[in-house]
Design a protein around this ligand. Structure first.
Ligand SMILES: *[C@@H]1O[C@H](CO)[C@@H](O)[C@H](O)[C@H]1NC(C)=O
Ligand SMILES: *[C@@H]1O[C@H](CO)[C@@H](O)[C@H](O)[C@H]1NC(C)=O
Ligand SMILES: *[C@@H]1O[C@H](CO)[C@@H](O)[C@H](O)[C@H]1NC(C)=O
Length: 125
């Protein structure tokens, strides 16, 4: 009977501390982004912004991987420009809610949720 209670507590903690990112499927660079930041799915570590300068579009989403700059893992917020297939773009990765604050809570909560889900699976099985 302890496990379901733990699960509820974990969900409550998740609601309070889950990583939040701006999430835009298809944005227009000419139009200012007015999106609100939204909670990411469980396990998200970073926020991502992908810009296509050729088309003037961008997208924003959560990412379940750490930021990498070249081969450097966990690099600070930054953008990497790239040109591939005639498309000039940039990939920006950053840590934290709306990329303004520390990411630790999101990571810790991800572990808590994983543990809770494992517990739930054990209950069901
Ligand atoms: C972006 O918005 C501008 C101004 O409203 C418009 O001219 C342009 O066609 C739009 N671009 C895309 C890719 O939707
Ligand atoms: C992300 O970085 C953290 C802290 O260094 C590490 O514990 C975790 O395993 C990394 N996760 C991924 C998916 O690379
Ligand atoms: C990436 O390209 C954009 C547009 O050309 C430019 O404004 C920006 O400074 C570049 N960023 C980097 C990190 O090179």
């Amino acid at each position: 009977m302890i496990r379901p209670i733990f699960f509820v507590l974990a969900v409550a903690a998740y609601s309070a501390y889950a990583l939040q990112c701006h999430q835009v499927t298809a944005g227009n660079l000419s139009i200012p982004d007015t999106s609100q930041r939204q909670e990411c799915v469980v396990g998200s570590l970073t926020c991502l912004k992908i810009v296509d300068y050729s088309r003037g579009t961008y997208s924003k989403q959560c990412q379940s991987m750490n930021c990498t700059q070249g081969v450097v893992q966990n690099s600070a917020a930054g953008c990497t420009n790239s040109t591939a297939f005639g498309v000039t773009g940039a990939t920006c990765c950053c840590y934290g809610d709306g990329c303004n604050s520390a990411p630790q809570t999101g990571i810790i909560t991800a572990f808590g949720i994983t543990a809770a889900l494992v517990s739930l699976v054990k209950i069901i099985a």
